[in-house]
Design a protein around this ligand. Sequence first.
Ligand code: FES
Length: 575
Amino acid sequence: MPLRSHDWFLRSGQAGFKARSRMKNQGTPQEMFDGRPVIGICNTWSELTPCNAQLRILAEHVKRGVLEAGGFPLEFPVMSLGETLMRPTTMLYRNLVSMDVEESIRANPLDAAVLLVGCDKTTPAAIMGACSVDIPSIVVTSGPMLNGKFQGRDIGAGTDKFRFTEEWRSGNMSSADYIEAETCMSRSDGHCMTMGTASSMACVVEALGLMLPGGAAIPAPDARRRRHCHYTGNRIVEMAQENLKPSKILTRRAFENAIVVNAAIGGSTNVILHLLAIAGRVGVDLCLDDFDRLGAEIPLLVNLKPSGDFLMEEFYYAGGLPVVMQNLGEIIDLDAITVTGRSQAENTAGAVCYDRQVIAPLEEPFQEQAGIAVLRGNLCPDGAVIKPSAASPQLLQHRGPALVFESLTDFLARIDDPDLDVDENTVLVLQNVGPKGFPGMPEVGNMSLPRKLLDRGLRDLLRLSDGRMSGTAYGAVVLHIAPEAAVGGTLALVQTGDMIELDVPARRLHLDVPPEELARRRHCWLPATDDSARGYTRIFLDHAQQADRGVDFDVLVGGSGAGVVATSDAQAEAV
Ligand code: FES
């Protein structure tokens, strides 16, 4: 079968000479240019992204697998997105990395790609880019870290950081213990080992069919992850020969499976944005309401933090995602095709659950109705989301007065003010942290509670914003309100003291202010324009869509395929 790399490496004359000769300065033997599949290993490794730091090692194991299967592996770097260091937020750059991946793949002589990812946004970014080129692609993640170990108990990244911070702020934890906990939390290679966004995305990618079975949960330092990489290298060579492209795997049914799985694992709300964006790249008409329709009633089958008790290490030892997929067999479409060339049913046929405390059967779930609820109402005409499984049950139906913060800066300046007028009925409202309001939509929706309430032992309040929440976070937190405040959504019109009603069973979020008063406020509202933004931020502000469209750029939706002008060489000879 002709491969796209042949157009570079099998040419005669100057074009072929140039393409092959310079590759030989890396010691590449002539035999590599015999028409074998060229496999791009797209690496988001970076020392600035500690979650992805071992991807250099994993890339070597992928290469071994590619070589063994008769392919020609070529590793290349793309921009990396490290959740813990990048400011203002990695989400600002997700679309940029997707462009980097898309253009790097298309411009080079690659027949297939292995996407090496891990930390939250690196996974969707790489998949979005690969989908817009649509050459055979397969995903490998860095894998979850080993469990944190602190003072004799297991601790999880993110989730326990939030808990420790609240305990430390309220004086129940010493500064020495707080510092010691940060050392104990991150003790191996890998990404967050809670069911945060990275682990959720890894599971969702496996559910989509873009990863070899069982790959999502293997702990980062476990030798079986290296073997998984080796087999991935083997398989991608076959995929190149079979031309098994993302568009053949990512059908609407694959996305529906992913939505159900994200609910069953107690997955991150960020997955909603990423799945919407990926679906847009492959032309699948997924919408926000699909997440409620398909996921809200799904029971929780995985007992992992932040919704449960355990961490990814136990999840892997219990059998991992293949067991969950098998347990969901009545609900999901196990006929969906995957990167193996086989169906999910075939992939998961031999799965065995080794620990019922970690993975439950469908008939005895850890919790009923674990999926994400999509809210509507005058406060969110284009939708908002809440993760009921991570919220205090008594706040899922609540009416209370708003306490409004106009920006993150305003919030940080006032939240611990001893004179703040706040009690357990208050609804914290944070404006202008949406896609355009705080470019990139930061993970600040789970606002920390006022110190005066923490001191009284309160650990949850109803909180609303147009921002996001870390997948490792928890609480009664309404997120992704659309349209956002910065573009004139109703959220911009909320004032302190307004009554807000949340009714999750009825899927309703309502601002109890008469329409004529809202119209008056809207008439007076002025957008905060930022004409000074330039470069990539300017592009983001001009093109990012709202949360209900996955925050992808309007100009990136869809794909352009793998075709390029063959060569700009004046004396290009035929293949
Ligand atoms: Fe990288 Fe959580 S910070 S996965």
